[in-house]
Write a protein that binds this ligand. Structure first.
Ligand SMILES: *[C@@H]1O[C@H](CO)[C@@H](O)[C@H](O)[C@H]1NC(C)=O
Ligand SMILES: *[C@@H]1O[C@H](CO)[C@@H](O)[C@H](O)[C@H]1NC(C)=O
Length: 410
């Protein structure tokens, strides 16, 4: 008995010590690798979220090394674990649209007319995130804007590479557009919406559907801090916010490579900009260039870079970065001209800020109406950071209110 007890106590002590070490390690990593600019909204809270994320990643790595599960599957499990209770105001149902799992949120209140429809694509770098991680956000959108929301559980990288996620989102959207009547949705008011990688997917789906005459036209697209290009990871926002949680510059390149190739083999070249030949870069410079970023966004320190060339082997691996379905910022003017009214949200302290600013300019240059919401104290992921109340940010709430107001105006 005493032996069992001793073992138990030792085991517990070991566990507690391990936990303390883990958290201290994560705190140390956070303080030495991240920098939180003075303008960020609630820096302590952001650090706590970052430390939780790092701890989860470290535990995942340990489990992977001892052969229990992969790091990716552990992190996905931890992020999607939380379940919310029933929502008194919504009917929530899991369905399949073709081969794609979706969750549909329908307001219970009777409505005199057909409702708005919102196709929602979650973020998470094409690698993480799920219907569960964005449950709270989708419920808010459905409830507060009185819309039917369809959240898409598209296939994730690295198991499923580009264009799997894009195809699933497109497939689900087409399926929905064919059956709007069944869900009581007004064909003239369907919007696509996504955050981060989901914003990338929403932009790509929107472009694909722009020229289609056999389906109802989308009413709008809502892009929340979207990633829209992979040609230049040294634009001002990438330099300025390289170490700001929740998305480091290096991770942004890592994720898009996971989506493209299922591995991040060419990370170094992508980060320094030696993955695309100079002539191709020059060709796209009219759209992807720091010159198209307003001066006021460059004052926080920005160094122009010389253009580097690249080897054919490297370009061979990443040349699909030039496809607009992967990098919507590179679509032709003739496509952009047909796009619906757009809402773009950017955050000042986000590496992807300039992707949003460049796309905004391209849309406006092509006569598309853009409602732009810039969170001066915001960082990447602020709208859906954790989906829990005590870890939410007033600035993220403000961003979401703007999204709801935009939807209500449609
Ligand atoms: C869905 O995608 C698959 C390919 O992944 C395709 O064969 C199928 O026709 C698509 N369905 C619709 C309705 O677009
Ligand atoms: C990474 O992906 C590329 C493209 O799919 C492939 O050619 C290469 O062999 C992969 N590298 C590793 C280490 O798996």
């Amino acid at each position: 008995m005493a032996v069992v007890l001793t073992v138990l106590v030792l085991f517990l002590a070991g566990f507690v010590a391990g936990f303390i070490l883990l958290v201290m390690g994560a705190i140390n990593f956070d303080f030495s690798n991240s920098e939180i600019p003075p303008g960020v909204n609630q820096p302590a809270k952001l650090r706590i979220i970052h430390i939780i994320l790092i701890s989860t990643a470290v535990v995942g790595k340990i489990l992977e090394n001892i052969g229990i599960c992969t790091q990716v599957s552990f992190v996905r499990y931890m992020q999607g674990r939380k379940t919310l209770g029933v929502d008194p105001k919504l009917f929530i149902k899991d369905l399949w649209f073709e081969k794609v799992p979706v969750r549909i949120y329908q307001p219970k209140a009777l409505s005199a007319s057909q409702r708005r429809g919102v196709m929602f694509f979650h973020g998470g770098g094409w690698v993480f995130g799920s219907i569960e991680t964005h449950e709270k956000l989708c419920r808010s959108i459905a409830r507060d804007s009185d819309s039917v929301v369809v959240s898409v559980g598209y296939r994730l990288a690295p198991e499923h590479k580009y264009p799997a996620a894009y195809e699933d989102c497109l497939n689900a959207t087409q399926h929905f557009l064919h059956r709007l009547e069944h869900y009581g949705v007004d064909p003239a008011r369907v919007t696509v919406c996504g955050d981060s990688a989901g914003g990338n997917l929403a932009a790509a789906v929107s472009q694909t559907l722009a020229g289609r005459s056999d389906l109802p036209k989308l009413r709008a697209q809502i892009l929340l801090y979207p990633g829209l290009q992979a040609l230049d990871f040294n634009l001002p926002s990438y330099q300025q916010n390289r170490g700001v949680p929740l998305l480091f510059r290096e991770r942004a390149a890592f994720y898009v490579l996971q989506y493209l190739n299922g591995n991040a083999t060419n990370l170094e070249e992508v980060l320094e900009g030696s993955h695309i030949p100079i002539d191709i870069k020059l060709n796209y410079q009219k759209w992807v260039s720091p010159d198209n970023i307003p001066e006021k966004f460059k004052v926080r320190g920005y160094k122009p870079r010389v253009l580097l060339d690249c080897t054919t082997e490297v370009f061979e691996k990443v040349k699909r970065f030039c496809e607009p379905n992967l990098c919507p910022l590179l679509a032709a003017d003739t496509i952009l001209q047909q796009l619906p009214e757009s809402f773009i949200l950017t955050c000042e302290y986000d590496v992807l800020r300039d992707d949003g600013l460049l796309y905004k300019k391209r849309l406006e240059d092509n006569g598309v109406r853009v409602t732009w919401c810039h969170l001066e104290d915001g960082f990447h992921g602020i709208i859906n950071s954790f989906g829990s109340d005590w870890l939410s940010f007033p600035s993220g709430k403000r961003g979401l209110d703007n999204v709801i107001n935009f939807l209500k105006s449609l």
